[in-house]
Design a protein around this ligand. Sequence first.
Ligand code: FE2
Length: 373
Amino acid sequence: MQPIQLFDPDSSTYTYLLFDESSREALIIDPVDSQLERDLAVLRQYGLRLLWTIETHAHADHITSAGLLAEHAGARTAVPAACGISTAAVQLQDGDRLEFGRQSLQALATPGHTAGSMSYYWDCADKRHVFTGDTLLINGCGRTDFQSGSAEALWHSITGRLFALPADTTVWPGHDYHGHKHSSIGHEKAHNPRLAGKTQQEFIAIMDSLHLPKPRRIDEAVPANLSSGLRHDADGAWLLQPRPAAGYAGDVSPQLAWAWVQAGEAVLVDVRTDAERAWVGFVPEAVPIAWKQWPGMAMNPDFDSALLQAGAGRKVVLLCRSGVRSVAAAKRATELDIEAYNILEGFEGDPDDHGQRGHLGGWRFHALPWRQN
Ligand SMILES: [Fe+2]
């Protein structure tokens, strides 16, 4: 059983899809936002149910699709605990295991490229694999000159942990810029020019002399990746008119959505769970049609039929907590031939620096009508 290796040419990032053959349960490592449709298509093609999205670290060169995959495919997000990705459902510690079907993936703390970086070890039917992120690359390794990197820590992670794995373990790197697809622990130990036959001091000297340019997208990517890749842009124009969107009619501000509802032009549909509406508050004029439900955030099997009934020839504006689930719901509505709009910011808006929602936009923040039980 081999992992499915997927490549993003723009960032030279490898994404890995692993699955259990009998249960078809799957996990994905380091997914890239611009490849969301490709990844969803691969999941469909193989008939897989995505249980987990996993990061090797908070990337500086691309934005993860973890948050989007959580909404579109029902996956849970798992990240190394020391990466500061507070939006993830599971914060992994060294040695933790994630199960998918009869398979299990083990987290190995391998700091150095960043302080939180992890590799993941998969022992599958007497074949061993390790997914090394930017810790160990083929004939190279990740840089250590920014984002809490440390050449000394990287040395210990590679030589002490990765090189302690069996020599025939296949190495699946987070990137490759030369067309290489995989390597092995034995090969890297013997031939990696930064490590083979080198002392710790020599390795640190090599890393200190690299003087690499700053990654093109670091200022954009790192903040986005600290919130599972979910971003909300703000500019004035979208207050008054919808913005075009891919896969559905458009994005609208909460104010514009409410104006349409009052004018009888659109039906307001709240796609949050029953629990969220009951505890956080609800819009009396909205039709509640949950996209997913507690417990377990399982997809609502009645979503399509309820939405078709509620829409009935009018355009639909979709409201969720922060404007993410509503994108997934809007895409589904479009497949059902409904003119569907996502309400930006959702009911509560994004969390502020203290993790509190409701202060940075959203339906309530803009003083649109709502009630609490
Ligand atoms: Fe990286």
